[in-house]
Design a protein around this ligand. Structure first.
Ligand SMILES: [Zn+2]
Ligand SMILES: [Zn+2]
Length: 162
C-alpha cells in the first residue's frame, strides 16, 4: 500500500520521495478520554522528529481526531511541513476495507493532505483530490489526482514555469 501511495504522490507532485520507517511514536498524541489520537499533535511531533528540508507525510492506522469532529481521515499544516493520513476510517463498510479500495482511498487522502502542506485549499471540483471529504463516499468520488486549477496553483507556488 505504501508503494501505491508513493506512486500517487509522485504523479501529483513529482517531487523525490524518501521513505523513513521510524520506530518512535508520538505518545502525547493519545487522548485517553476520546480513545483516539490527536492529528494536530501528530503534526507537531512530525515537525520535531522528521527529517528537515521537505514535506513530511505520516501514514498510520490509528483513529485520528480534531476537537470539533468525530474523526478525520487526515490533517495537514496549510503551507507548512507536516501532513498525516490514517487508514482507520477508510475501510468502511468493513467488507470494502480490504485490497485495492483502501489503497486507493489512502492514496487520494495522502495527495489531499500533502496538497494542503503545499499550500492548496479545498477545491469545489468533485473529482479533484483537493475536494473536501467527510465520508468514504466523498473519497470514492474523487480521483487520485489534482484538477487543472489546483495543479496550476501548485506550479505557481513552487515557481515552476510549466
Ligand atoms: Zn482538506
Ligand atoms: Zn482542484
Amino acid at each position: 500500500m505504501i508503494e501505491h501511495v508513493c506512486l500517487h504522490i509522485d504523479r501529483a507532485f513529482g517531487w523525490p520521495i524518501r521513505m523513513h520507517a521510524g520506530t518512535e511514536r508520538p505518545l502525547d498524541a493519545w487522548d485517553a478520554r476520546r480513545r483516539q489520537w490527536s492529528s494536530t499533535r501528530i503534526l507537531r511531533w512530525l515537525g520535531e522528529v522528521g527529517p528537515a528540508g521537505g514535506k513530511l507525510l505520516g501514514l498510520t492506522d490509528v483513529d485520528l481526531f480534531i476537537p470539533i469532529l468525530t474523526f478525520v481521515f487526515g490533517e495537514a499544516q496549510l503551507g507548512g511541513v507536516a501532513a498525516v493520513v490514517s487508514t482507520a476510517r477508510l475501510g468502511d463498510p468493513p467488507e470494502m476495507g480490504d485490497g485495492r479500495v483502501i489503497w486507493e482511498r489512502t492514496a487520494k487522502e495522502a495527495v489531499h493532505e500533502l496538497g494542503h502542506a503545499f499550500g492548496l485549499v479545498h477545491c469545489g471540483t468533485p473529482s479533484c483530490a483537493m475536494g473536501r471529504s467527510s465520508n468514504v463516499r466523498d473519497v470514492d468520488q474523487k480521483r487520485g489526482d489534482l484538477c487543472g486549477t489546483c495543479r496550476a496553483g501548485l506550479d505557481e507556488r513552487s515557481g515552476r514555469s510549466t
